[in-house]
Design a binder for this molecule. Structure first.
Ligand SMILES: Nc1ncnc2c1ncn2[C@@H]1O[C@H](COP(=O)(O)OP(=O)(O)OP(=O)(O)O)[C@@H](O)[C@H]1O
Ligand SMILES: [Mg+2]
Length: 522
């Protein structure tokens, strides 16, 4: 039996109506799962005391409490069960509440059994049962506007670490020893804001909750969306990114929902839309604020009903897609102005991740420069990656980057090409004096020190109260930065610090520095 065989999964069904309980039980038993049931919160908790389940499916309204109470207990107990909550029809609020409280997904009454099976399978990380009905084809946007691009399968995932080896690190931080997905690794920066973004990504990745990523242009919104997908159990399924502003209005419906042969002039064959293409995976709606009102209603309907009817098709097909969206607009203001549907906003904005502009997270400038230079050098076959001179970095730190990380990336691209050497000098940046702004000198010095890899001047005043702890902190920070700089390749990071892989491993294990996974260099 493989680990994905149905009998491997055990489910707890919680509902006070015996008829419904029986219906759910029978449906799940027929799928081959192991099923137990309870009629109240209290009874459910008794079951949960004795054993762990793969998932808990609970009604929202129970005689002695609500499904949310059960969710809260699961969260508090750090339990691994995924929770699916069944809410009354039309109570979007409850559904949103449940997702915010950590539910994996929700279903509305009356429960459509096909959808029920599909949501449970998805919660268990099994392949979606309901395949799209339309003949798969290339996406409808070939050669046209920037619209959809299936996730490049760039992440050839390295094998997990062999923890049986005697020198293997004991991964002592809160994270399990799993691979850090590429998109998450690409999100450089150790500002508090960035750390919060990363931890939110990991938190929301577990559920189906819609996430709205907000931020100025070029801040990394798409990278955040990709990271959510990459960390999620859907990582091996498609990630379809759609730029809502780039599709002509009259093509939107066909692009999103697909069409059937002959449904309109020019429809020479059946075509999938973005929703079918993203089936089992994630649909990323970029620039959602640009979607016209008429299309907003249709999108809302699909999200609510979780089924899609291609143009010209007679029936709707259930769809299992997680929706992420992004915008640089203030959508709440768009709602006020009547340009964005309130109910759609409410559905998409269940969880919000704000990516701050680069100028608000000055601490990120140095690590992001290092990461971008590495990437640029690698792409153009330059080795080792160029570094920034002190004067060059100082100039960058005085520039407000209205185009954020994307602008920084373009600027460094140009600078690398212009400099042609190992060190990028200030004139290679091509930044005129009049675009620069004042920056606090003391803070800037610290940042420059980091960017040009010089130790900051030791302060004569502050002596650590606990030297051992202090030195550990310093070492931990250095290891982390070296790992970030070397794309988490422990061999390379170690070598850059004059350490062998074995020494590097020992130190990382001792300090609890997590690198989730090994890499080709190990
Ligand atoms: N924290 C980061 N570390 C490293 N690279 C980053 C970071 N944030 C963004 N980038 C890079 O900057 C570029 C822009 O990022 P992305 O496309 O995700 O931004 P966006 O907010 O979607 O931009 P736009 O508004 O222009 O669509 C990408 O090449 C991305 O890889
Ligand atoms: Mg974008």
């Amino acid at each position: 039996m493989t680990s994905n065989a149905p009998a491997h999964f055990s489910l707890l069904v919680v509902d006070d109506e015996p008829d419904l309980r029986t219906l759910y039980e029978l449906t799940l038993l027929r799928e081959g799962y192991d099923v137990e049931s309870a009629g109240s919160v209290e009874e459910a908790l008794l079951h949960l005391k004795d054993r762990t389940y793969s998932a808990v499916i609970t009604d929202m309204r129970l005689p002695d409490g609500s499904g949310l109470d059960l969710l809260a207990k699961l969260e508090q107990g750090g339990r691994r069960e995924r929770a699916i909550v069944i809410t009354a029809y039309g109570s979007a609020e409850n559904a949103v509440e449940a997702l915010k409280a950590g539910a994996y997904d929700y279903l509305t009454k009356p429960v459509d059994l096909r959808q029920f099976r599909s949501v449970v399978a998805s919660a268990l990380g099994r392949a979606p049962q309901t395949a799209p009905t339309v003949v798969p084809s290339s996406l409808p946007s070939e050669g046209g506007a920037v619209a959809a691009r299936p996730a490049a399968r760039e992440q050839s995932r390295p094998a997990p670490p062999d923890l049986t080896r005697p020198d293997a690190p004991s991964l002592s931080t809160s994270q399990p020893a799993e691979i850090v997905p590429l998109a998450l690794r690409r999100l450089s920066g150790h500002s508090a804001a960035m750390q919060q973004v990363r931890s939110l990504i990991e938190k929301v990745a577990r559920s189906m909750a819609p996430v709205l990523v907000q931020g100025e242009s070029g801040t990394g919104k798409e990278l955040v969306a990709r990271a959510i997908h990459d960390v999620s159990p859907r990582a091996s399924q498609p990630f379809i990114a759609v730029n809502c502003g780039a599709i002509p209005e009259h093509l939107l419906e066909a692009e999103f929902f697909g069409y059937r042969k002959g449904s309109f002039t020019g429809a020479a064959e059946d075509r999938d839309g973005f929703f079918q293409a993203a089936h089992g995976g994630t649909l990323f709606l970029d620039e959602i604020g640009d979607l016209p009102l008429a299309m907003q209603s249709k999108l809302l309907r699909v999200i609510q009903e979780r089924s899609v009817r291609p143009i010209g098709a007679v029936t709707e097909a259930p769809i299992n897609v997680r929706v992420l969206s992004a915008t640089h607009k203030d959508v709440a203001a768009e709602v006020q102005a009547g340009r964005f549907r309130q109910d759609l906003f409410y559905r998409l904005n269940v969880i919000q991740i704000r990516v701050p502009p680069l100028r608000e997270r000055a601490d990120d400038l140095a690590p992001i420069c290092a990461a971008l230079l590495e990437r640029i050098a690698r792409d153009s076959g330059v080795s080792p990656p160029p570094t920034l001179s002190r004067e060059a970095f100082e100039r960058l730190a005085h520039y407000p980057f209205p185009g954020n990380v994307r602008e920084l990336e373009n600027l460094l691209h140009r600078a690398v090409a212009l400099s042609g050497g190992d060190v990028i000098e200030r004139d290679d940046l091509g930044l005129a004096d009049d675009v620069l702004i004042e920056t606090d000198d003391a803070e800037l010095d610290a940042r420059i020190a980091e960017a040009v890899a010089m130790p900051p001047p030791a302060s004569a005043h502050s002596l650590p109260s606990d030297l051992v702890h202090h030195l550990d902190e310093v070492e931990r920070d250095i290891l982390t930065r070296a790992l970030e700089r070397h794309r988490f390749n422990r061999t390379a990071a170690g070598a850059s610090l004059g350490l062998s892989l074995r020494q590097m491993r020992y130190r990382m294990a001792r300090l609890g520095v997590l690198v989730a996974g090994t890499d080709s260099g190990d």
